[in-house]
Design a protein around this ligand. Sequence first.
Ligand code: ATP
Ligand code: MG
Length: 165
Amino acid sequence: MIQIYTGNGKGKTTAAFGLAMRAKGRNKKVGIIQFAKPEESGEFISAKNLGIDVYHFGHPGFIIKKPRNEDYNQAKIAWEKAKEMISGDYEIIILDELNIALYYDLLDVNSVIDFLKNYKEKKEIIITGRYAKNELLDLADLVTEMNLVKHYFEKGIYAREGIEF
Ligand code: ATP
Ligand code: MG
């Protein structure tokens, strides 16, 4: 199945890693690729400690309007690794923030869909990130939208270690 966690509310990445943790507990072979994540996060460290194969890619700094060359390069490398995992012996593959890479056109959505289509029946693929493309939503078997009701960001409370990263 293909699952998508999108929307503006908090909880997309942590839901995907929660699923990875559940699957690993059942001895499934789990692979995780984080797109547009230049820094090591708490979830990355924990997944590694659980023996999950996890990789993160990305160019430091925010994309302001226009992506930089290195954003494209990093997305390409991440997608190559993702394809290797999906076509390999992994049973559950998490593509964290793939939606963001597609939103900025770092990757071609049609090539991504053409590839994923072939594995829809064979693998469990979880895609996270805001602004999921309609073409991808059409392909998915499950779509959950995290709806923003309230966020402490509005009170000036920004990313905290162990809670946001
Ligand atoms: P989490 O990683 O906590 O599961 P997420 O994957 O749903 O959150 P992203 O869209 O990847 O969130 O955003 C990256 C970070 O920005 C998150 O750590 C999150 O806490 C924070 N964030 C999420 N929603 C908002 C918001 N509406 N305003 C400001 N910051 C937010
Ligand atoms: Mg996220």
